[in-house]
Write a protein that binds this ligand. Structure first.
Ligand code: FAD
Length: 412
């Protein structure tokens, strides 16, 4: 366990801090560290929260090696300052101890569909401005992927619960277990007087491998599995995860924690090509997850995965590509296969709404500030960008919140 004050003392208070420059939500890192050193925890917490309501979460789940930590000047010759540890302590303390008062009420109501990082961030910004906010979510509880994707051992649910308490203090209403689209449509919401609607519904359909065997009883998709791993009490001893991103790492480590004796990640390329963060890869290895690299699945069966071996090659333009090697088909025995090769959006809303355009992947089309092709309807987060990160969803939701306020003012 790091001594956080010592860690704070190591910060050089750079004039042009690269840690801040590489933070997608422009966190004032040296300033927060300075307040922390003076013992002004609530002030530091308030500053961080006002810039990023999800600071307590980002401190834990951001890919820090690519952002603040990876760009700290101290890291050139030695250990970078671990601001995320300070941020985690300060932001959690603030979230636990602050009590919000409802802002001066405005007449206009805004509907937020989706209680993930995008929806939560937007709700805080607009509720603090006094708008009458209702959040709708298909799930029982608030959090989106934070609760129903990222495993509890990485991000405790009781931290997410604090957000509900703070939102309630601001007068935000929450309609759980409410899938927007089939019964409640956007047009009905507009008829009911919502001045603006925000869609932050994320990407919840698993991408299939499109090979034989995906409907078998011993095959699951990681995005479904991670929602409630305890429901999958018959995975058997040997589990194979197909994929190489953070979702694959989460699924593999969760399966290991839930009783699988041996867990393997099968990937058609090498370690250097994996899209998960280095930290997640190392943690998966520490948990005992094993790797079957340069193997592409051909078919999933009741007893394992048929695969073919692959190899990375470089073309004449220096571009690396992966090719399958003829005659190298093999069989990898396992009890369960979990597929983790990214997600696509669901179409509950677009299939019941006219004038809401999507691109070829089914993602909502918006301009840079979140206007969809339907007047008064805004969107951001994964449902616009495809699977990205928590901090990116939060950062853009702030921009969209400003656009929504501008729209409401102009359309009174
Ligand atoms: C397993 C996993 C691990 C991840 N780990 C990390 C990580 O460590 N760090 C990181 O930065 N990012 C991580 N990510 C990515 C990150 O969680 C997402 O980028 C982020 O959650 C996107 O936020 P969002 O608000 O756009 O959508 P979501 O978090 O997906 O929330 C969308 C919400 O909308 C609701 N919804 C959907 N459709 C409807 C509907 N029709 N009606 C009502 N409600 C609806 C859903 O129930 C959900 O609650 C991970 C993703 C996954 C899947």
């Amino acid at each position: 366990m790091k001594n956080l004050l010592e860690e704070a003392e190591r910060c050089l208070q750079c004039k042009n801090p690269k840690c801040r420059k590489f933070c997608p939500i422009d966190t004032a890192i040296p300033e927060a560290i300075a307040l922390y050193k003076e013992g002004k925890i609530m002030e530091a917490g308030e500053m961080l929260f006002e810039n990023n309501p999800l600071t307590a979460v980002c401190a834990i789940v951001c890919p820090h090696e690519d952002q603040c930590k990876g760009n700290c000047i101290k890291g050139i010759k030695g250990e970078p300052v671990s601001f995320c540890d300070i941020e985690a302590e300060v932001s959690r303390y603030y979230l636990e101890n602050v009590r919000f008062k409802p802002a001066k009420k405005r007449e206009e109501s805004v509907a937020i569909i989706g209680a993930g990082p995008a929806g939560i961030t937007l709700a805080f910004v607009l509720a603090k401005e006094g708008y009458d906010i209702t959040i709708f979510d298909a799930h029982e509880k608030l959090g989106g992927i934070l609760r129903y994707g990222i495993p509890e051992y990485r991000l405790p649910n009781e931290l997410i619960d604090l957000y509900k308490d703070r939102l309630r203090e601001l007068g935000v209403k929450f309609r759980p277990n409410t899938l927007i689209g089939p019964v409640i449509t956007l047009d009905r919401m507009l008829e009911d007087g919502y001045k603006a609607i925000f869609i932050g519904t994320g990407v919840w359909n698993p991408k299939p491998l499109n090979i034989k065997g995906e409907t078998l009883g011993n095959v699951h998709y990681a995005i479904d599995y991670l929602k409630a791993p305890q429901a999958y009490d018959n995975l058997g001893d040997r589990v194979v995860i197909i994929g190489a991103g953070n979702v694959a790492m989460d699924a593999s480590r969760t399966a290991k924690r839930n009783g699988a004796k041996e867990v393997f990640v099968m990937y058609r390329k090498g370690f250097e090509n994996m899209t998960c963060t280095k930290a997640e890869l190392e943690e998966a290895k520490e948990d005992g997850v094993k790797f079957e690299l340069f193997k592409a699945p051909l078919e999933l069966t009741k007893t394992g995965v048929k695969y073919i071996e692959t190899k990375n090659e470089t073309d004449e333009n220096g571009k690396v590509y992966t090719k399958t090697l003829e005659g190298t088909e093999g069989f990898f025995e396992c009890d369960t296969t979990i597929i983790a090769v990214s997600q696509n959006p669901r179409n509950n809303i677009v299939s019941t709404t006219t004038g809401l355009d999507t691109n070829k992947w089914g993602l909502l089309v918006t301009d840079e500030v979140g206007n969809t092709t339907k007047k008064g309807v805004f969107a951001s987060g994964d449902v616009v960008t495809g699977a990205k990160t928590v901090v990116q969803a939060a950062a853009h939701a702030k921009v969209v919140a400003q656009e929504i306020m501008k729209y409401i003012e102009e359309n009174k």
